[in-house]
Design a protein around this ligand. Structure first.
Ligand code: PMP
Length: 391
């Protein structure tokens, strides 16, 4: 019998445990260096301010950015809201245009702000994807006009793991003068992320996706050669150059910088190891489960992602029966879970087929034993449900 510690966690896209090295770096900020970084009139404040600015420099360095281009936020939902709404509103006010381009497979934290912009009179184009979740660059080019002020496209999908050709998207968008934002939440620590190689104008990240704490993120905002202006969403004391008010979450910021450094340092080795485990998971599941379909772009995919659709199985029943393997039916980012996700639907799937979709997210502490255990449990459960099913 297996000695795997249960339940097995295979939902690293939804969140990750904090790395103990990150926790260690954060701990003194709660009790010793606890000052308010805006209270520059005394040493407590100045020490906290130095911690924030040191973290800002380290994060900027890891992205190939300048420290002044990093804005701390409460996570990627907030970064995405600020990037999309802030840039679109600032540009419309400047008279640059009112057209925004994005894609149907984006995270809800991009889609919902876009829907609101549309209500406010912006023109929004949502690019379709093919059956593997890929955009067509010619369709992108055809959608761009002199009126296009922003293109927002995620770097890597949290559901099907696709990696979009962001550098090429940016090149085409810049030809018409549009700014480019990318949600890079799932890419950090898995693939190289450099704002100059990608030539993006804004980039969102969130610490809890790469072994840092929850509730802290950042938005990179380019200053040169294009100077991105943002209309703030959260106003108050004027922190973060007036773009995001609110007392700094100093422990979170220190945790974000530390987690980011570790993710970059360990990226190559970790990605290789995790990709090998993902490939093992994929080939064993294909062998064990009849009719299983692997979703997404097999060539340009995150090393830690596997999304599969299993026909003739109810996805919710499958998840509920898998009580010792923590996986997800798609995005964990909306509260209602029933039904096919908007991403799987965008691949052109039938509702019933899509409903049996499971997303595996592998991570820093995933082992071969856990993968083999998960394969056993998933295939056993699928067979059991299929035997009971009338589908
Ligand atoms: N974008 C993507 C691609 C995500 O996967 C998530 C988290 N599920 C978010 C944005 C939102 O991040 P946060 O939890 O930091 O708000």
């Amino acid at each position: 019998m297996t000695s795997v510690k249960r339940p097995v966690y295979l939902d690293y896209h939804s969140t990750t445990p904090c790395d103990p090295r990150v926790v260690e770096a954060m701990l003194p900020c709660f009790t010793e260096t606890f000052g308010n970084s805006s209270s520059r009139g005394h040493v407590f404040g100045r020490v906290a301010e130095e911690l924030v600015e040191d973290a800002r420099r380290r994060i900027a360095g890891l992205l190939g950015a300048q420290a002044s281009e990093i804005i701390f936020t409460g996570g990627a939902t907030e970064s995405n809201n600020l990037a999309v709404t802030g840039a679109a509103c600032a540009r419309r006010e400047a008279g640059d245009g009112n057209h925004v381009v994005s894609c149907v497979t984006e995270h809800k934290s991009v889609i919902c702000p876009l829907e609101r912009l549309e209500d406010e009179g912006f023109e929004v184009t949502m690019l379709p994807v093919d059956e593997r979740g890929r955009i067509d660059l010619d369709v992108l080019s055809a959608s761009l006009t002199e009126n296009t002020i922003l293109v927002t496209l995620m770097f890597a999908s949290n559901e099907i793991g696709n990696i979009h050709p962001i550098a090429e998207v940016a090149r085409r968008a810049h030809e018409v003068g549009a700014w480019v934002h990318t949600d890079a939440v799932q890419a950090i620590g898995k693939v190289p992320v450099n704002v100059n190689d990608l030539d993006v104008d804004m980039l969102s990240l969130s610490a809890h996706k790469f072994y840092g704490p929850k509730g802290i993120g950042a938005l990179y905002r380019r200053e040169s050669p294009r100077r991105v202006k943002l209309k703030p969403c959260i106003i108050g004391g004027g922190h973060e150059r007036g773009v995001r008010s609110g007392t700094h979450n100093v422990p979170g910021i220190v945790g974000l910088a530390t987690a980011f450094e570790l993710a970059v340092q360990e990226r190559e080795e970790e990605s290789r190891r995790v990709a090998a485990l993902r490939d093992r998971l994929e080939s064993q599941l294909i062998e064990e489960i009849e009719g299983l379909v692997v979703n997404g772009d097999h060539e340009h995919r995150l090393p830690n992602n596997l999304s599969v659709s299993i026909p003739y199985v109810d996805g919710e029943a499958l998840l509920l029966s898998l009580d010792d393997v923590a996986v997800s039916s798609g995005s964990a980012c909306k509260s209602e879970t029933a039904g096919t996700s908007h991403v799987i639907k965008a691949l052109g799937r039938e509702e019933d087929d899509g409903r049996g979709t499971i997303r595996f997210g592998l991570g820093r502490w995933t082992t071969e034993e856990e993968i083999d255990f998960a394969v056993g449990r998933v295939s056993e459960t699928v067979n059991h449900l299929r035997a009971l099913s009338t589908l």
